[in-house]
Design a protein around this ligand. Structure first.
Ligand code: GCO
Ligand code: MG
Length: 402
């Protein structure tokens, strides 16, 4: 089955998405997400100028060989742009292979290991009371796990606090919005939020929290310790992970489970974290970590050390990524949880999909392939709208990690 054509589709049904569509001489096509939030056009150029010309005429069934060709053959390995482009090709090819087999993708990976994929939603509010109410709304919708974030008194634009509603969207201005960060205020506030949540909702609901790289290792250790009484499912991105060894300090001090990985793009970004059992959940995604082919390697390494998966699933990953992730999640033996932030109705209409939510679980559906397609006519109605993620500064004006 020969690849005859491939094209990149950029659309903005409320937010920007980049999608690669691969076509074959057998009439089958597949799609893959290539969205890199705030840096979308870099991946578009990488795909159009450097990848698509290499694909034409290749055998679409040779998924592994094409992955190796794009990874080794580029000479310049890794990085979010390269790995998102490779992921898009890989996802589209797995989609095609599963369609050719007439099977949902999870069957090709090894079949279902569970009945459904446990997901967590995003509850946020300007203050603790608003977040408590938001958690309640997620519970009413059936969620068994909820990530909770709240505004911090005296901190303008604390991470994770949306403009309201379900569709929290951080990339909201053409040039980065500047927010202010105060670690002392946050460290004082965060345990109060979880104390209230446990008092309100009891021990059963799974609670998660995203620190979004804001703390130093010893500060992260202190936060983990102070959250122990509230039994979090995980504390996410508690400190930047370029230096994987930094997590030794956090780990020495707390039993709060640790999750990392949404900005990783290679198995080498998490090798020490996994091999030294410094984390409990690896959050790499289909789109930013080289597709199903590479994610499978990362999950295989993690399984050796009882580290479970917890794929990133924010709204800036398209439904094509979500669909592929759900097939992966249904199969992967060491599955932990899947983030599910819910896309807007406009986005759902542009990307018709087979996955569905019921009772706190998502299921990828039984459609052949990964079950997500793109309506190109509708996509064309939403032109690209440049948006960037915010930046953060400390109260004295120093640049910090957003
Ligand atoms: C999450 C993430 C998002 C990111 C966003 C950046 O855990 O869902 O941290 O909120 O900020 O995906 O593009
Ligand atoms: Mg996160």
């Amino acid at each position: 089955m020969k690849i005859t054509d491939a094209k990149v589709i950029v659309t903005c049904p409320g937010r920007n998405f980049v999608t690669l569509k691969i076509l074959t001489d057998q009439g089958l096509h597949g799609i893959g997400d290539a969205t890199l939030n705030g840096r979308e056009k870099a991946v578009v150029a990488y795909l159009e100028d450097h990848v698509i010309p290499l694909l034409i005429g290749r055998d679409a069934h040779r998924v592994e060989d094409i992955w190796q060709f794009l990874y080794r053959g580029a000479y310049w390995r890794r990085g979010p742009v390269t790995m998102s482009a490779i992921a898009a090709v890989d996802t589209a090819l797995w989609d095609i292979k599963a369609k050719a087999a007439g099977l949902p993708l999870y069957q090709l990976l090894g079949g279902a290991s569970r009945d459904g994929v446990l997901v967590y939603g995003h509850a946020n509010g300007a203050d603790i009371e608003e977040t408590v109410d938001a958690v309640g709304r997620y519970q009413e919708m059936g969620y068994k796990a909820v990530r909770a974030q709240s505004g911090v008194p005296g901190v303008k634009g604390a991470y994770g606090v949306g403009m309201g509603g379900l569709y929290y969207e951080p990339a909201d201005s053409a040039l980065p919005m500047e927010t202010v960060w105060s670690t002392p205020a946050y460290l004082d506030h965060a345990p109060r939020l979880f104390e209230r949540l446990r008092a309100n909702y009891g021990p059963e609901i799974e609670l998660l929290h995203d620190v979004h790289h804001r703390l130093t290792p010893i500060e992260a250790a202190r936060l983990g310790k102070s959250l122990e009484p509230y039994r979090l499912f995980w504390m996410e991105d508690c400190t930047p992970a370029e230096n994987q060894e930094a997590f030794r300090i956090v780990r020495q001090h707390t039993t709060t489970p640790l999750a990392v990985g949404e900005i990783f793009n290679s198995i080498h970004d998490c090798r020490t974290l996994i091999e030294e059992q410094l984390i409990d959940f690896i959050r790499t995604t289909v789109v930013h970590a080289g597709g199903i082919t590479h994610l499978r390697q990362i999950a295989g390494l993690a399984a050796l050390y009882q580290v479970r998966t917890g794929a990133h699933g924010a709204t800036d990953l398209s439904p094509a990524c979500m669909g592929a992730a759900l097939h992966f999640d249904l199969w992967v033996p060491n599955f932990g949880i899947q983030e599910y932030m819910r896309h807007s109705e406009e986005t759902d209409a542009v990307f018709p999909h087979a996955y569905s939510f019921a009772d706190g679980y998502l299921h990828p559906g039984e459609t052949a392939g990964h079950g997500v397609d793109i309506d190109e006519t509708l996509a064309a109605k939403y032109p690209y709208d440049p948006k960037q993620l915010p930046v953060a500064r400390l109260t004295d004006g120093s640049m910090w990690n957003w």
